[in-house]
Ligand binder design. Structure first.
Ligand code: GTP
Ligand code: MG
Length: 211
């Protein structure tokens, strides 16, 4: 009986049909009305969080991106498929030029958000080319401590040879202290997009079942 296996391997073709910006939340402000599923994208500054959201939604202009680290400063909410779920773009950590006050304000904003109980799943982004930073490891320990489900995504996969991508993504996950699996992803080419969309489809179906 291999029927369930065939089902699992099938391309379900889940897509994000529409996406719209909802609001930016700054420290102390209210979050928008909750939806059954809220997925937040987290990772160091410049790793490609906003680019991931744009690629998943096929909208290059939805989340602002920049080659200058520290572009996203607030918690940006995007509603997907007419209010089916949120993708949340978080400001990045480890921005070298950030002042101590800015770093503290980042930590407060993120800590408030992660402990709010709203986020159901985190996409933790790491750069496929480099060893995870101390900040990456800290973030990983944090989400394990608070028991937040996550998926690891290794970004900028187009920057290394195709033959090395899987191995490099998994090695980065292992160095983070996680089980050795990360999805290689490129905001430039769209590699890994289908696997991430399939993950979202599963999360949506879990959320619907629990509702
Ligand atoms: P902050 O908002 O500062 O935290 O950064 P971010 O994580 O949102 O990064 P962003 O998406 O703005 O991308 C940073 C830079 O990296 C931009 O110049 C992007 O064009 C580039 N970039 C993002 N993803 C990829 C990728 O997969 N491949 C390549 N080659 N460049 C990428
Ligand atoms: Mg950003």
């Amino acid at each position: 009986m291999n029927f369930p296996l065939i089902l699992m391997a099938m391309d379900t073709g889940f897509i994000i049909k529409n996406a719209e910006f909802v609001t930016s939340v700054s420290p102390g402000q209210n979050y928008p009305v909750p939806l059954p599923l809220e997925i937040a994208v987290v990772g160091k500054s410049n790793v490609g969080k906003s680019s991931l959201i744009n690629r998943l939604t096929n909208n290059g202009k939805l989340a602002r991106t920049s080659s200058q680290p520290g572009k996203t400063r607030l918690i940006n909410y995007f509603s997907m498929n007419s209010g089916s779920f949120y993708l949340v773009d978080l400001p990045g950590y480890g921005y070298a030029k950030a002042s101590k006050t800015e770093q503290e304000s980042w930590a407060r904003l993120i800590e408030q958000y992660l402990s709010s109980g709203r986020v159901r799943h985190l996409f933790l982004l790491i750069d496929i080319r480099h060893e995870p930073t101390e900040n990456d490891r800290q973030m990983f320990r944090y989400l394990v401590f608070y028991n937040i489900p996550y998926t690891l995504i290794a970004t900028k996969s187009d920057k290394i040879a195709k033959s090395k991508r899987k191995q490099a993504a998994n090695a980065a996950a292992k160095l983070l202290g996680a089980p050795p699996y990360a999805i290689p992803f490129s905001g430039e080419t769209g590699e890994g997009k289908e696997e991430i969309l399939e993950r979202i489809r599963q999360l949506l179906s879990d959320a619907e079942r629990e509702a």
